[in-house]
Ligand binder design. Structure first.
Ligand code: AMP
Length: 220
């Protein structure tokens, strides 16, 4: 089963993708994470995209398809995948169909996580991660138990994504509305677009997604 998760930055795509990955044994493909890994490893691709990501702009389609195809072909995706952060433009949506059909695959369901705009700013600007083990936290919703100390590994070093700053978030949201939201009709026309209320608790959103995926499994 192959799933696409849609939603603006802060909708909870990463959190829900990790849930679906574990529940249905799929691989989680976050194109943002793939790019950030390239940057962290200092690869030539990472060096090319670093400033683009920090500015909240989109990386070129050519590069995106290159890393996506490489990832989809890996063994842990054999059972299917959840795309988080791809496609982000109509060109990417059409290109994705072509890429998948080349490999005899299709998207089975596209899920849009709907969140009110005002909630996104608080959600995004408050997030931070442990620089040592990568555990995720939030200033308001999920602080560390002891201030300044990672619950998971005890490290006192934390980092925040450069593109999570309020100013950059504005560009990311604008790009979402201008370029990514128009992709939704592509999946609606195929009859595979479903919507969940992302203003509920994380568990409630997971339960809703769970029923959508289970419904689909029963049909196939
Ligand atoms: P994300 O973690 O999904 O918020 O992605 C972080 C950043 O990675 C984005 O703001 C873009 O700069 C880049 N990025 C991730 N996915 C894509 C994509 N499908 N197309 C172009 N750029 C992307």
């Amino acid at each position: 089963m192959n799933i696409v998760l849609f939603g603006p930055p802060g909708a909870g795509k990463g959190t829900q993708a990790a849930y679906i990955r574990d529940k249905f044994s799929l691989c989680h493909i976050s194109t943002g994470n793939l790019l950030r890994n390239e940057v962290a490893e200092g690869t030539p691709l990472g060096q090319r995209v670093s400033a683009i990501i920090d500015a909240g702009q989109l990386v070129s389609d050519d590069l995106m398809f290159e890393i996506l195809e490489k990832r989809i072909k890996q063994q842990d995706c054999e059972n299917g995948f959840i795309l988080d952060g791809f496609p982000r433009t109509e060109v990417q949506a059409k290109g994705l169909d072509a890429l998948l059909s080349k490999h005899g695959l299709t998207i089975d369901i596209a899920i849009i996580i709907v969140v009110e705009e005002e909630a996104l700013v608080t959600r995004i600007t408050g997030r931070f991660t442990c620089a040592n083990c990568g555990a995720g936290y939030h200033d308001v919703f999920a602080p560390t138990a002891v201030a300044g100390v990672c619950d998971a590994c005890g490290s006192t070093q934390f980092s925040r994504r450069e593109d999570d700053k309020a100013e950059t978030l504005k560009s990311r949201l604008a790009i979402y509305h201008e370029q990514t939201a128009p992709v939704l009709p592509h999946y609606k026309q195929k009859g595979i677009l479903r919507s969940v209320d992302g203003m509920q608790s994380i568990d409630q959103v997971s339960t809703q997604i769970d029923s959508l995926v289970n419904e689909l499994k029963q049909l196939t």
